[in-house]
Structures are given as structure tokens and as C-alpha cells.
Design a protein around this ligand. Structure first.
Ligand SMILES: Nc1nc2c(ncn2[C@@H]2O[C@H](COP(=O)(O)OP(=O)(O)OP(=O)(O)O)[C@@H](O)[C@H]2O)c(=O)[nH]1
Length: 400
């Protein structure tokens, strides 16, 4: 055969074999991934796998759910959380309060010794004094207990316990109105409700930083959602950037809109006004406004809170100003509370972190010193760990 033809045939064979090899290599290998290209993702790509490799659980009714951390984003979930019902949370919180052991437990252990000696009475007095009841209230309570013991002519523990319950309940004062003012208010004279919407009931949350204002706003939004009320929240704590983020996360979990400013250090009064205006425009029932507690001096605090309230009242009166107090700070917290109380009229107190103290006496002191009722209590970091304050349940839990 012609040598030229032989070379040509060899080249053709080589080209065919090479083509087949290349094709096989492309099929078997992974194509390079274009990281910049936007590829559609599935929920499995975004959400972590359910624990223990089982089926993903339906969104929990959030009983005892952990609250969002500062700045933490809400999980990408299509299902909104269902806040726990009010009766359900009352029952759970009652159990938790009883479990945390108030000062009542220490007193009951003295009472259980039988006929009370003078030393026993003194021990009871000491326990009351260390429970944040304060000297004046403790002295009054002790006088009442001793007098009743004399009148009844008994130091029988069961009888003294019954007297103690009655006296404590009287101190906590079940006659105080602890309901939140959530009726739709009359519009301010300059507000055109026809054109701009009927104003929503306004709740302002104030207090020192770290007491739990943002958390309480989020928890309260859940309580209101559980009661079928529509809510808008305003992130007027513009001092701490993460606070707006934290509130937004709370809102996303129950489908509540949060009005906020993108500018750090924005005017809190303007955010509060925008929230109240949005709530009216959307026909919402309640607007909840979170504020900052971090101000250098009392005058600055007065100015800021006063201004927030004033601008909101261009739309309608603010029905509730809730002072959020950390129950674990005791008498120290009381001094701070006085400053807030002077700066802006307080209509009620939220006592947070009651799960972290056995000093139930703070309830009595707060009410006496500020002249307003404790309306809500926080009993944990869980999303639904907020409940209306119930004096009878509280005293019974102390003496459980
Ligand atoms: N154990 C317990 N912790 C709570 C309760 N309420 C709030 N906290 C926690 O207290 C911490 C502070 O809460 P925040 O809501 O950030 O406090 P804040 O008053 O808004 O703070 P600033 O925005 O800094 O003014 C968080 O870790 C909350 O989870 C409660 O009832 N019990």
C-alpha cells in the first residue's frame, strides 16, 4: 500500500479514538461549578436537616421556644408560629413560679416545725426582709401575723399559713386593675381618621437597658396575636442596632410587621410616629413601640421619652406606658424605676426574669413605690414565657 495512504489511515484512526476518549471523560467527571451563577435552591439547601434524620417537625407552637438572639435572622419558614394560648401559658407559668420557690417556701419550713417560738418568728421576719419586701412592709406584715396569731390564740402552722396568705394577698392587692388599655383610642384633633386611618391602641415599652424591653415587646406581640389582635411594632430603640434586628425576628415569627429605620442612631420619635401612622393606615388594632434605655443622664432620658410620647400623641393618646423591670435587680432596680416613672407617666409594670429570683417581694415594693400595678410577668427566655399577673396565683405559688 502507498505509504502516504497508510499514514492518513493511521491519523484517521487516532482522531476517532481520541474523540471517543474525550467524550467518555466528560460524561464521567463533574462539570466545573460556576459559583457566581444564581442557581435555584431547594428548602433542603437552606434549612438544616431535621434532628435525628427524621421528618421535619411542624413549626412548634413555640412552648418554651428559645427567643431569637441579638441579630439572629428568622428561619426561612413558610409557616408562621402559633403562639401558645393564654390559658395554656398561665398553667405552665404557674407551675414554673411554684417550682422556682419563692420566700414562702422558707417560711413554710419554719411553720412546719410546730408551735412557733420567738426564734421562729424572728426567722420568718429575716426571710421576709431578704425577699425585697423592704423594712416597712415586713414590719407591717409581721405585726399582722403576730396579732392574728394572738387573736386566734394559736401558733398552729396551718392557721399561721392561712393568715400569711391573706396578708400577702392584701399586700399584692387583687383589687388593682391590671388589664392593658387596648381599646382603639379617639384620634387626636389634628388627625384625619377618615383619610389616614383609625389610630391603633398604643403601648410604649420603657426601662433600663438589659431589663428585657425588646424581648417583652416580642412576647407581648405573641400574646396579642394569640388573642386574634392585629399588631404593628416600632423599633424606636435606635441606640442599639441589633435591637431592631431582634424585634424584626420576633415579628417575622408571628407575622407582625416591624417599622424601623435603616439609619443607626435615627430619631426614635420619628420611628415611633411612623409605626403609629402605619398601624392606623393598615387598620391594625395595636402598635407596640420598643425604646432604648441607655441614656447618659436623667434630663436626656426625660427629653427622649417625652418626645416619643408627644409625637405619637399627634395621632392619638398613648394608652399604656409599660415600665419593664428586671426582678433580679431588687432595690437597685427600684431607684432606676423612679427615674423612668418621673420621665414619663407609667401605667403598668412588667416584671421580667421572675424565673431567676426567689424574691417575690419585689412585686409588692414596686407597686407601692410607683403606685401602678404589675400587669405582666416574664418567667423565662422562652417565646411564650410572658403572662398576665394574677395576684392569687402568685401568692399561692409563693406558698406552694
Ligand atoms: N430568664 C429570663 N430572661 C429574660 C426574660 N426577659 C428577658 N430576658 C433576657 O434578658 C436579656 C435582655 O433582654 P432584651 O430584651 O435584649 O433587653 P432590652 O431591655 O431590650 O435591652 P436594650 O435593648 O439593651 O435596652 C435577653 O437575654 C433576654 O432573653 C425573662 O423573663 N426571664
Amino acid at each position: 500500500m502507498d505509504p502516504i495512504l497508510i499514514v492518513l489511515a493511521a491519523l484517521v484512526v487516532l482522531a476517532v479514538v481520541g474523540g471517543i476518549w474525550l467524550l467518555a471523560a466528560r460524561r464521567g467527571g463533574q462539570p466545573p461549578r460556576d459559583l457566581s451563577a444564581h442557581e435555584p435552591t431547594t428548602p433542603e439547601d437552606v434549612l438544616p436537616a431535621p434532628p435525628h434524620g427524621g421528618e421535619a417537625e411542624p413549626t412548634e407552637p413555640s412552648q418554651g421556644a428559645a427567643p431569637p438572639e441579638d441579630g439572629e435572622q428568622a428561619p426561612a419558614t413558610a409557616t408562621l408560629e402559633q403562639p401558645e394560648s393564654i390559658p395554656g401559658r398561665m398553667q405552665r407559668l404557674r407551675a414554673r413560679l411554684a417550682g422556682s420557690g419563692g420566700f414562702g417556701r422558707a417560711i413554710l419550713s419554719v411553720l412546719s416545725r410546730g408551735d412557733l417560738t420567738e426564734a421562729d418568728w424572728e426567722e420568718i421576719e429575716d426571710t421576709l426582709l431578704t425577699s425585697d419586701l423592704g423594712l416597712e412592709i415586713t414590719t407591717g406584715l409581721m405585726d399582722g401575723l403576730r396579732t392574728q396569731a394572738k387573736v386566734l390564740d394559736t401558733t398552729d402552722p396551718a392557721a399561721v399559713r392561712a393568715v400569711l396568705r391573706t396578708e400577702l394577698l392584701a399586700l399584692v392587692d387583687p383589687t388593682m386593675d391590671r388589664s392593658l388599655t387596648l381599646d382603639r383610642p379617639e384620634p387626636a384633633s389634628g388627625w384625619d381618621a377618615q383619610a389616614d386611618g383609625a389610630p391603633a391602641a398604643a403601648v410604649l415599652m420603657v426601662g433600663v437597658n438589659g431589663t428585657g424591653k425588646t424581648t417583652t415587646c416580642g412576647k407581648l406581640a405573641r400574646v396579642l396575636v394569640a388573642q386574634d389582635r392585629s399588631v404593628v411594632m416600632g423599633a424606636a430603640d435606635t441606640f442599639r442596632a441589633a435591637a431592631a434586628e431582634q424585634l424584626t425576628t420576633w415579628g417575622e415569627r408571628v407575622g407582625v410587621e416591624v417599622v424601623r429605620s435603616d439609619k443607626e442612631g435615627a430619631d426614635p420619635a420619628s420611628v415611633a410616629y411612623d409605626a403609629a401612622r402605619a398601624a392606623a393606615a393598615q387598620g391594625r388594632d395595636v402598635v407596640l413601640v420598643d425604646t432604648a434605655g441607655r441614656l447618659q443622664n436623667k434630663a436626656g432620658l426625660m427629653d427622649e421619652l417625652g418626645k416619643i410620647k408627644r409625637v405619637m400623641e399627634k395621632i392619638a393618646p398613648v394608652g399604656e406606658v409599660l415600665l419593664v423591670l428586671d426582678a433580679t435587680t431588687g432595690q437597685n432596680g427600684m431607684r432606676q424605676a423612679q427615674v423612668f416613672s418621673e420621665a414619663v407617666g407609667i401605667t403598668g409594670v412588667v416584671l421580667t426574669k421572675m424565673d431567676g429570683t426567689a424574691k417575690g417581694g419585689i412585686v409588692v415594693t414596686v407597686q407601692k413605690e410607683l403606685g401602678v400595678p404589675v400587669k405582666l410577668v416574664g418567667l423565662g427566655e422562652g417565646a411564650d414565657d410572658l403572662a398576665p399577673f394574677d395576684p392569687e396565683a402568685f401568692v399561692d405559688a409563693l406558698l406552694a
